[in-house]
Design a protein around this ligand. Structure first.
Ligand code: ACM
Length: 530
């Protein structure tokens, strides 16, 4: 592939410059990766195919308009308006959005078009073509136009109007599910911080935000039928801070904000363990009828719902019913991890009933991979979070589930957990799965990662951010960036384009963009940052 060869050539140039500097000890700076990669080679995640045409490009200027073609409802128009919002700040241009209906659709500028015949582009794929008259984005569905718009953002300079070089991109994702998770239970975060994350995710083509809404330390979502969950169970967090919770309107607002960026929100209520905040809120949920104190430490595995008590199932029916009503997407995540205080038979019996409740409310179950040791319901998705050291039998249970048709989401903790420290000098974070430097986080293949789980069984990848040690936006971003970009690429790009030497250069070229957006990323030493 031409693009790959060029990237390798660029790597050799850069590597030679770096070793030359080291050998001679002089102060000459090695060339920036952006000096040796064309804009089409810098794209992250790497597209299926991208090439500069060698011909003239399109110069953005004060007259540039965004022309949106016809589509379902006003959806193409809305994609165009959001793209205009995203481009106006960096470019400083007015970028009006106009209807490119018959007649005027061929004018200069940015053109967004649906093509009903372009079935090969699927739900999220797109084509982008740049010529002197403009940039044309073509997709089979509006989500593809949005994803292509994110590619266009990367082809423009970080600041100023600039020119998009002539060229073509054709692009579709490798995996349908490309996720990030955030734990707002260990530390409470406001919806605005999570919206900011949605923007950061969407620009790297991540399409799912999984929100870990409840845990021992806090219950973060209002439930009308059990109001003390949020009002009392939400008023705590790790370290003794005030905690907090989201109202239903705040949650709906987040879901709508994400949907506009073609990001689905998957809410998680973790059960039957990780429930101290619920047990503290309602004595009747405890087998002994006594509510424990709220909890602000970081131990796991000590709490359990009362599996033999019918009131427990009324509780989960109410909670999951209200959550399903707030959720336009297909999935409800019911946790199921680290239920160390629930005997195995009770766990299996409980998960049978919890899965039936999800189905009753018209949703599909996602659960952490411990569900594979019980009885996953038809269609249930298992989310693997083990490490290279996880016992073979535990991995085999996931493979058995996959063979029975359960899709698998891969979140291997020793690669994809964003809360693992990069190295011993990282201040926030944990290290129970080992240190996870940027290179390690990127260097695995979701299609072959788990023995006997073929690529066809892999729904996708997800990067969780647990927040036992993370209480500020700065620490959140330090841990997520840049590793999140690598997970985004593993989820989107063809396996043939995944190679660390080329990726580290692409990643390096993202630093001015991250900086311009105010993202406090970790300047990993193995990346030749700009
Ligand atoms: C987990 O990290 N307990 C899913």
């Amino acid at each position: 592939m031409r693009a790959t060869r060029r990237t390798l050539a660029a790597l050799l140039v850069l590597a030679a410059a770096v070793s030359c500097t080291a050998a001679h000890g002089d102060d000459a700076e090695p060339p920036h990766a952006s000096a040796v990669l064309t804009p089409y080679e810098r794209l992250l995640p790497a597209p299926v195919s991208a090439r500069a045409s060698g011909g003239a490009g399109y110069a953005f200027g004060p007259g540039t308009v965004i022309r949106t073609g016809p589509g379902p409802g006003e959806e193409v128009r809305r994609v165009g308006e959001l793209l205009a919002e995203q481009l106006r700040g960096p470019s400083g241009l007015p970028l009006p959005v106009v209807d490119g209906e018959e007649g005027s659709g061929d004018g200069d500028g940015i053109r967004l078009r649906l093509d009903a015949r372009a079935r090969e582009l699927g739900a999220e794929g797109y084509r982008l073509r740049t010529t002197p008259s403009g940039v044309t984005l073509t997709a089979h569905a509006p989500a593809g136009l949005f994803r292509g718009g994110q590619t266009l953002r990367q082809l423009l300079p970080v600041r100023g109007a600039g020119e998009v070089p002539g060229g073509d991109v054709t692009d579709t994702p490798r995996f349908a599910y490309r996720g990030a998770m955030v734990d707002i239970a260990r530390h409470h975060f406001p919806v605005d911080q999570v919206k900011r994350y949605v923007d950061q995710l969407a620009q790297y083509k991540i399409n799912t935000l999984h929100v870990h809404l409840t845990d021992d330390q806090g219950w973060r979502i209002a439930v009308d039928s059990w109001p003390r969950l949020a009002a009392y169970g939400g008023a705590s967090e790790v370290g003794g801070g005030p905690g907090g919770h989201w109202t239903k309107d705040e949650y709906r607002d987040l879901v709508a904000y994400a949907a506009r960026r073609y990001v689905d929100v998957v809410p998680e209520i973790d059960m039957p363990g990780h429930v101290n905040a619920a047990l503290a809120s309602y004595a009747e949920l405890n087998c002994d009828g006594k509510a424990p104190e709220r909890y602000t430490g970081i131990k796991v595995g000590f709490s359990s719902l009362c599996v033999g008590e019918e009131r427990t199932y009324e509780f989960i029916d109410d909670v999951l019913g209200e959550l399903a009503a707030l959720t336009p997407g297909r999935y409800l995540h019911i946790g199921g991890d680290e239920a160390h205080s629930t005997p195995a038979a009770d766990y299996a019996a409980f998960m049978d009933r919890a899965q039936a409740v999800v189905a009753k409310h018209g949703k599909t179950v996602v659960a952490w991979h411990q569900l594979a040791n019980a009885r996953p319901a038809p269609g249930a998705v298992v989310q693997y979070w083990g490490t290279d050291k996880t016992a073979a039998a535990e991995k085999a249970a996931v493979a058995t589930a996959a063979r029975s048709g359960h899709p698998v989401i891969l979140s291997p903790a020793d690669r994809a957990y964003l809360d693992m420290k990069y190295d011993k000098a990282t201040k926030p974070g944990l290290a129970w799965a080992g240190y996870v430097p940027v290179q390690r986080s990127y260097s695995w293949n979701p299609g072959t990662h788990l023995p006997d789980v073929p690529e066809s069984a892999v729904l996708g990848v997800e990067a969780p951010l647990w927040t036992e040690t993370i209480a500020t936006r700065a620490d959140w971003e330090l841990m997520a960036f840049p590793r999140l970009l690598g997970i985004a690429e593993l989820g989107w790009s063809p396996s043939a384009s995944l190679a660390w030497p080329a990726y580290r250069l692409r990643l390096a070229t993202q630093s001015p963009r991250l900086t311009a957006q105010g993202t406090a990323y970790y300047r990993a030493p193995e990346v030749p940052w700009e």
